[in-house]
Design a protein. Structure first.
Length: 416
């Protein structure tokens, strides 16, 4: 990373025996308490956080500076404690014998998601009908500028269609052979991509299909996670050795390794370096809390407030960009340093606990597949944004309403 991506803050590796031992213990301690099987939705979120954020954050922070152990000791220790707390809370929810083969979504819930998708279609087409286009690599950023949300409502329509309604309908279509739901979902993914040019959106159908097949065939065995970590490790090694010799591998490194794994990990320490020096936000960047808490003096006059990613990009990298980061960096590190990380991990654990409780009795094959986009979003966005804009609260509400129950003739289960 220090060879090809130094601009973003990846320095020449610096370490000694003590640093390696510190990394070893920080990785092993939460690994011991991670869920042993994928029998609850929180397991997907915790393993995603571990793979995409925690391990990269620990390794990059410790190896990135000569004084990393002194600089980041309490920060990484707090993150370790937060991970352990989340895992222990997750494992406290007991699952029944039907953990994998449970209830399917009712027709009423599927209908709600279809209606939601159609409403989003209408709102988005009326706004962006003139700029719809398939964008190549050279046109992505131009298309993203054209497809930027024009209002809060339109922004919600974009993310809910791509990350909530379409995934639910796609998974229902694949698992329960509902052709209309499947086609509507695929069209939705393509439609949103033609507006926002987000590569993640166009890749989601393929990822969801793989998730459905894996969990349907292999169940919730822990071996699925082993394959994820082994496959990810192999990919990293492949990129490290071949990125100089193959343009394909180089691009693979940029879009998958650098942007999906390395940069989310780097942001944890990078946010700490900025906000520990210029002032923590104490959660004043959160919409509701910002009305109750004064904006720190360092950011009062900054027109980019409360977009922490834009502030970091300008003040650390010297560019105009949006350095979106995971909730640990934005809602934890930037808010209150190591203490903030512990607090936000506890809040995350509470949400996971409620999600597991709401999901009891449901088909975990359906949940694991349909919830994966939300789990991935949690590794690259604010917790509060994930709960409101990407369906964190919606999922809990939907699971509870369908479980306790539709009395209006809509309760009939989809045939498995």
């Amino acid at each position: 990373m220090s060879v090809d991506q130094a601009f973003w803050g990846f320095n020449k590796v610096s370490y000694d025996a003590l640093a390696i031992v510190f990394i070893f213990f920080l990785v092993v301690i939460p690994s011991v308490v991670l869920p042993l099987t994928l029998c609850r939705p929180s397991s997907i979120f915790l393993y995603s956080l571990m793979f995409f954020v925690y391990v990269p954050a620990v390794v990059i922070a410790v190896l990135n500076h000569d004084d990393s152990l002194v600089r980041y000791f309490w920060l990484l220790s707090g993150f370790c404690f937060g991970m352990v707390f989340c895992c222990v809370v997750s494992r406290s929810v007991r699952q029944g014998a039907d953990a994998l083969i449970g209830k399917a979504p009712s027709r009423g819930v599927v209908l709600i998601n279809i209606i939601g998708a159609l409403v989003c279609f209408i709102a988005l087409y009326s706004t962006y009908g003139d700029i719809l286009a398939f964008s190549g690599l050279s046109d992505i950023y131009s298309q993203r500028e054209k497809g930027a949300a024009t209002s809060l409502l339109i922004g919600y329509c974009q993310v809910y269609l791509a990350y909530v309604f379409a995934p639910v309908l796609f998974v229902c279509g694949v698992l329960y052979k509902r052709f209309f739901s499947l086609v509507l979902a695929v069209v939705a993914f393509i439609f949103v991509y033609m507006i926002t040019a987000e590569r993640t959106v166009i890749l989601l159908p393929f990822v969801l299909l793989v998730m459905c097949l894996v969990f349907r065939v292999r169940g919730g065995g822990i071996s699925n996670v082993y394959y994820l970590f082994l496959g990810g490790s192999f990919l990293i090694l492949l990129i490290s050795f071949l990125f100089k010799y193959s343009s394909v591998v180089n691009q693979l490194g940029v879009y998958i390794f650098t942007r999906t794994i390395a940069i989310p990990g780097l942001f944890v320490s990078q946010y700490y370096d900025l906000f520990s020096q210029q002032g923590y936000t104490y959660w004043s960047h959160v919409s509701v809390l910002g009305r109750l808490i004064d904006i720190p003096a360092a950011y009062v006059a900054d027109e980019k407030w409360p977009a922490l990613g834009k502030i970091l990009a300008e003040r650390v990298l010297g560019i105009q960009s949006q350095s979106n980061a995971n909730f640990v960096a934005t809602d934890g590190v930037a808010a209150a340093g190591a203490v903030g990380v512990v607090v936000i991990c506890m809040a995350y654990a509470v949400w996971l606990l409620v999600l597991d409780w709401a999901a009891r009795g449901w088909s975990k094959v359906f949940l694991f597949s349909a919830l994966f986009p939300l789990a991935f979003v949690s590794t690259n966005g604010s917790l509060f944004t994930m709960l409101t804009s990407f369906g964190g609260f919606y999922w809990i509400l939907m699971l509870l309403i369908d479980k306790y129950r539709f009395h209006f003739g809509l309760r009939k289960e989809l045939a498995a």
